[in-house]
Design a protein around this ligand. Structure first.
Ligand code: ADP
Ligand code: MG
Length: 367
């Protein structure tokens, strides 16, 4: 089931009474979510992710715009008639009910031709429990489960009516690091097996990048960029997106374009033919640095961290916005850790230029 968001906008009265006016939580969001895909909705806290999800499921009504499931206009449909499955950060299970009862709960309210017998509901609950691999825990209460198991029960409950769309709002945030990794892979598998169009909200770029078919990066209610994770990483439209994706984060320098060359300080670090003379922000991905004796970018060496296959060179530069510059290079590179400085040449496709004022990407013909 494709989901179409058309000029979707949500404004709230400002919570802070002293400030007048409105907060635009979601600002003219347009996107056709392809059928059967997993979309990662990504951005910092307060950027409008949850509001977008609440609009899609019907918990909130848009100020303007439309939502379609397939060809159906669902904008005015109440939540219970949209056929959505919802999973939130806090699992919100019924504590006095067993796993089986929690999972089958949504089926109990079915009426008319959809009404199910007790045996049918138990069979359906077991089928879904198998899918999320908690079928051995059916008679336990939520308090007898780990956080990861509780979240699986919540996912099973959201899936038991086979929703048209599955919506997950930071579903992994309450889990510890190891379980988070494991559960996100599980969500990916379950989504693949069911083929249900899914929107997954997270502030964690690593999480979104690793499981999404496409990511949507938001800031202050405004969609910044939509694309496949790798494509957005390789081709960010602005400095915000470039900084938001990637661990370690992108390194940002003050730079100047002059006569087709990019300068950081006095050093001409890259040919950028086609770019006009101007001041720029220079973003360099950690993997964009190549240690080289004749490299033009000279940084003050602070240390080297061995990470097995790779090493992380930690350095500093007067024109760097980041206090420390982190570059990741293959462990085969010999770096003299006793030296005062390290020289780098740069991989052109890992260097991005941005306007100093509005921070949009500046195209460079070499890239
Ligand atoms: P996210 O989920 O990305 O953290 P939200 O969608 O929850 O962001 O919030 C987006 C913006 O809308 C924030 O500025 C938030 O304070 C505001 N907001 C959200 N819900 C309400 C509400 N019910 N009333 C007033 N402002 C709200
Ligand atoms: Mg939220």
């Amino acid at each position: 089931m494709k989901v179409v968001l058309e000029n979707l906008t949500k404004k709230f009265p400002n919570r802070n009474k002293k400030e007048h006016g409105e907060v635009t939580a979601v600002d003219n969001f347009n996107f056709e979510i392809p059928d059967g895909k997993l979309i990662g909705l990504l951005g910092p806290s307060g950027c409008g992710k949850s509001t977008t999800l609440n609009l899609i499921c019907g918990l909130q009504k848009p100020t303007a715009g439309k939502i379609y499931f397939g060809e159906d206009d669902v904008t005015d449909l109440p939540v219970e008639n949209r056929g959505v499955g919802l999973v939130f950060q806090n699992y919100a299970l019924y504590p006095h009910l067993t796993v089986r009862q929690n999972i089958r709960f949504p089926l109990e309210n079915l009426r008319g031709k959809d009404k199910m017998t007790n045996d049918e509901m138990n069979a359906k609950a077991l089928e879904i429990a198998k899918l999320v691999q908690i079928d051995g825990l059916m008679d336990r209460k939520p308090s007898e489960l780990s956080g990861g198991q509780q979240q699986r029960v919540a996912i099973a409950r959201a899936l038991v009516k086979m929703p048209r769309v599955l919506l997950l709002d930071e579903p992994l945030s309450n889990l510890d690091a190891r379980l988070r990794l494991q559960t996100r892979e599980e969500i990916r598998r379950i989504q693949h097996e069911t083929g249900i169009t899914t929107v997954f909200v997270t502030h964690d770029q690593d999480e979104a990048m690793s499981i999404s078919d496409m990511i949507v990066v938001m800031k202050d209610g405004v969609v910044q960029q939509i694309g496949k994770p790798q494509q957005v990483y390789d081709d960010p439209v602005n400095l915000f997106v470039a900084k938001f994706l990637g661990t370690p984060p992108i390194n940002v320098f003050r730079g100047v374009v002059r006569g087709g060359k990019l300068y950081i300080g006095d050093a001409a670090v890259l040919d950028v033919s086609g770019a006009e003379d101007r001041e720029v922000w220079v973003g360099i991905r950690p993997e964009g640095f190549i240690p080289a004796a004749d490299g033009a970018l000279v940084c003050k060496l602070s240390g080297v961290e061995v990470m097995g296959r790779d090493i992380s060179i930690v350095s500093a530069h007067a024109d760097s916005e980041n206090e420390v510059i982190r570059s990741i290079v293959s462990a085969e590179n010999a770096v003299d850790i006793t030296a005062a400085s390290v020289h780098f040449s740069l991989k052109p496709n890992k260097v991005f230029l941005f306007d100093r004022a509005d921070e949009t990407r500046i195209p460079v013909s070499a890239q």
